[in-house]
Design a binder for this molecule. Structure first.
Ligand code: SF4
Ligand code: SF4
Length: 324
């Protein structure tokens, strides 16, 4: 596959930085960093994401994505990982500052000031977009998608050698999704090596068929009633090494107790979740709480908990005392 490096774009960034020794970059960074809401959000994040994200849709294991969407296990991270996430958010401001320093346009929010997003399946699927850019030397008049990534040194060297498709195919899937939903033809993939600040830039072109295949995959994951097949048959496989769900997947460990791990819950096409047993729509708080008649989805077991509320209390249509 041909790799289209964004050489003129990188040269222009270098030329501008040298011209005033980074003065315009720092000025723009001062502005961009204040708009970097994700890096400064003070409230604790929910342990579960409401939707299936396009940023993970290209991962190999369909079952892992389903476990994620079904809130099978809470994501609790160590401090280093949390700082890594935060660094990724802060780096976004540096990419934006480089683009503005070059006097190219970048749009990140809509007319109401909300970050650009893609969304489908009623909202069960979606993602925020880094930005839409116009003015890079290779496509001076065409709005193109922008995707910003940070890499450790090992991954960065792989990226330089193999291009995005060879080194990080899931990033290609992510960009294909963005281009599909925003009807753009090209995406600028801009990456930084966290070790030495080297930049890498490549253009990725829209492939509608590939994008559709992965959108279909998202739909199958969202509406699957049970765990899809594993990508690997052995938990010692490299692909399972960093999976949060290894114990559940291979060792029959318990899942979290919430509505999404209950066999009575169902995602609906309009983006809501409903409970078959109580014939009710479940908002996020209710989904998180579950109830005392929770039943595991076939093939999964629940973690014992004493904090599961009585469902009837919340809706006032009759108490269900104890598990049946
Ligand atoms: S443990 Fe392996 S097979 Fe199971 S969900 Fe994770 S990646 Fe997939
Ligand atoms: S309300 Fe209770 S029965 Fe209904 S989906 Fe949630 S846990 Fe299951």
């Amino acid at each position: 596959m041909t790799i289209h490096l964004a050489e003129k774009t990188l040269s222009e960034i270098e030329r501008k930085l040298r011209a005033d020794q980074g003065a315009a970059f720092r000025r723009e960074l001062g502005i961009a960093v204040q708009q970097c809401d994700d890096a400064f959000r003070a409230e604790e994040e929910s342990p579960f994401r409401s939707h299936l994200g396009a940023s993970i849709l290209g991962r190999d294991c369909t079952r892992e994505l389903w476990y994620n969407f079904r809130w099978v296990k809470k994501a609790r991270h160590i401090g280093r990982t949390l700082r890594l996430f935060n660094r990724g958010h802060l780096e976004e401001a540096r990419f934006v500052a480089l683009i503005r320093m070059c006097e190219w346009d970048i749009w990140q929010v809509d007319a109401k000031g909300k970050q650009f997003r893609i969304s489908d399946f009623g909202g069960h699927y979606g993602s925020a977009i880094d930005g839409v850019i116009r003015g890079v030397p290779e496509f001076p008049n065409e709005p193109i998608m922008g995707e910003f990534k940070t890499h450790n040194d090992k991954n960065f060297q792989k990226l330089k050698k193999m291009g995005v498709a060879g080194a990080k195919p899931e990033h290609v899937v992510q960009m294909q999704q963005y281009m599909k939903y925003k009807k753009l033809r090209v995406c600028l993939y801009l990456a930084v090596n966290k070790n030495d600040d080297e930049l890498y830039a490549e253009f990725i072109y829209a492939e509608p068929e590939l994008a559709d295949q992965f959108t279909d995959r998202a739909g199958r994951i969202i509406f699957s009633e049970g765990p899809p097949p594993r990508a690997y048959e052995n938990s010692a496989s490299f692909g399972c090494k960093f999976c949060d769900f290894r114990e559940v997947c291979f060792k029959g460990a318990g899942t979290e107790v919430n509505c999404r791990t209950c066999k009575q819950s169902q995602p609906q096409a309009d983006g809501t979740w409903s409970c078959r047993r109580f014939n009710r729509v479940l908002d996020k708080d209710r989904q998180l709480a579950g109830c005392n008649v929770w039943e595991p989805i076939d093939g999964m077991v629940g973690v014992e908990t004493t904090e599961v509320p009585v469902f009837g209390d919340a809706f006032g249509f009759g108490l269900l005392q104890g598990r049946e």
